[in-house]
Each structure stands twice: as C-alpha cells, then as structure tokens.
Design a protein around this ligand. Sequence first.
Ligand SMILES: Cc1cc2nc3c(=O)[nH]c(=O)nc-3n(C[C@H](O)[C@H](O)[C@H](O)COP(=O)(O)OP(=O)(O)OC[C@H]3O[C@@H](n4cnc5c(N)ncnc54)[C@H](O)[C@@H]3O)c2cc1C
Length: 298
Amino acid sequence: MFNKLIVALMPLAPRFIVKMVSKRYIAGEDTASAMATCLRLKEQGFLTTVDILGESVTSDQQARDARDSYFDLIGEVANNDIAQNISLKPTAMGLGLSEDIANDYIGAIVRKAHEAGVFIRIDMEDSPYTDKTLAMYDRLRVQYPQLGTVIQAYMHRSLDDVTRIAVSSGNLRICKGIYKESPQIAYQDADEVRQNYLRLVKEMLKQGAYVGIATHDPFLIDESLKIIKELNIAADKYEFQALLGVPIVKRLDELVKMGHRVRIYVPFGSEWYAYSSRRLKENPDVAGYVLKNIFVRN
Ligand SMILES: Cc1cc2nc3c(=O)[nH]c(=O)nc-3n(C[C@H](O)[C@H](O)[C@H](O)COP(=O)(O)OP(=O)(O)OC[C@H]3O[C@@H](n4cnc5c(N)ncnc54)[C@H](O)[C@@H]3O)c2cc1C
C-alpha cells in the first residue's frame, strides 16, 4: 500500500529519487558504463544484450541520431570481450513516423551488425507496430540470419505468429508483453497469459527454433524447464532472459550452474527517467526496496 502510494506520487518526486531507482535497472548513462556492466555480468557467468534507452522519436533527425548511436554501439560491443548481442526498439528508429524510415535505419544497423558479427534483436512494442515489426523481421532475416525479434504471450495472434516463424527457424524472445492492450486482441487474465506463454515456448522448442525465455515468473521458469527436459532439448537451442536489476539473481545463478544459458538485458543511456518510471509502476514493491537502500546503510 505504502509502495503504491510512492508510485502514485512519483510524478511529483524529485528526479534524484527516480535516479536511485534507475541505478538498479540501468547500467549508466554512457556506453562505457554499459560495457563495464556486461563485463561484470560475464564474470558471473551471464550473457548480455545491450539496449540504448529511448522510445518513439518525433523527427527523422532524432531517428537518424538513434541509428548513429547504434552504429557506435555495434563498434563498442564488437571491440569488447562480451556477448555480441544488441536489442533495439523500432519506434526509436522512426517506426512511428514512417515504415520507410524505420526499414532504412534498422536495415542499415542490421547490415553493420552482420559485418561485425553482432546479433540484433528487434524488441516488440505495442500493437499498432506488431505487423510492421514482424514484416521488417521477415524481410531482413532472409539476408541476415543473425537477427531475432520478440513475441508477446498476451496477444491472441501470437501462436499463429510463432508457428509461422518457428517452422522457418526464426529466433524469438517470448515475453508476457508490457503494454496495455484491449481484450479484443489480448488476454487480460494472468493465467491465460501464462498458459499461452508455455504454448509458445513449446512450439518453438518442438520445431527446433531458438527461443529466449524472457520472464521473472518462477512458475514459467519451472514449467519451461519441464518442457525442455520432456522434449530433450539441447542447451544451445534456448536461453533464459531477465532484465538488469530485477531481484531474481539467485534463481538465475542456479540456472547458470545447471548449465542453462542466461542473458541479462542491459539498458543504458540518458533516457533513464521514462524507463525507471515504467519499472517502478510495474512493481511498486521496488519502491520500498529503493527507499530501504537510501535510508539503511549496510
Ligand atoms: C529480457 C526481457 C526482454 C523483454 N522485452 C520485451 C519486449 O520486447 N516487449 C514487451 O512487450 N515486453 C518485454 N519484456 C517485458 C515482459 O513482457 C514483461 O512485462 C515483464 O518481464 C514482466 O513479466 P514477467 O514474465 O517477469 O512476470 P511478472 O508476473 O510480471 O513477474 C514475475 C515476478 O517478477 C517480479 N518482477 C517482474 N518485473 C519486475 C521488475 N521490473 N522489478 C522487480 N520485480 C519484477 C514480479 O514482482 C513477480 O514477483 C521483456 C522482459 C524481459 C525479461
């Protein structure tokens, strides 16, 4: 209750309070901090994917700037001894402005990443962009196999999308879905989302397609492990994924010790305010955790 109150009051909160939250969820404001975080995680046995914070741009120039930042990031990732893996959001590349702009800029990023041996995953945003994102993914992956995208388990359409992509050996991250969607197109009930999540993971694994199992839900981690065992899936056909800062490190450590791949999503950049606000709204308990860290010194 107290934590919910903090979240409700958050728009009034000084930025330094939100920054306390962002410290937990964000690697820092610059590439050097992101690389340092990835190296630290690597020492702990984790793979990583790096993301530059920033959503929906409002001009072509902003989209071009975002593209150029990704060009630089590809160079940094390629020059560091870390997992060669990057995630990006299509609306940060102008998908909200024009499909042509986004196709152009994401196409250029994917080409550059291909030359550098870096894997790119196109994150999935809200439903106005689902078809456009999947069309872009389908078009680009013909030429660049080091490419993946994301499917959200709350969407009614997802089993059809996964089945189509799995039979052609696509690479998908499966997540529950983070945006507010209408009951006409998305499951609203948490159990229905979970059941669909497992259907999607199973479909990917059955077809031998590579799947990123992105969840912090212990039930889904357990059930996915059962599917992996039941279908006798090799450890190089899937990975578990979690967001930096979500307090399930112990569970992730166990997965690594059991021989499973675990990848941490490492966001960084100056746009930390919007990202942190979203994380805090998602789980108000974090507010209590953050306050404890501010006031209780170990
Ligand atoms: C690597 C990764 C990439 C993602 N990419 C996308 C994407 O491209 N598109 C998209 O729509 N969504 C994406 N998501 C978000 C995803 O859709 C869910 O909204 C989010 O993961 C919460 O769902 P959950 O499966 O963890 O289950 P939940 O039931 O929400 O959470 C399970 C447990 O984890 C805790 N928890 C969950 N999130 C947090 C948090 N932020 N801080 C602290 N505790 C938390 C909960 O309190 C709960 O105890 C991604 C998630 C991950 C892990």
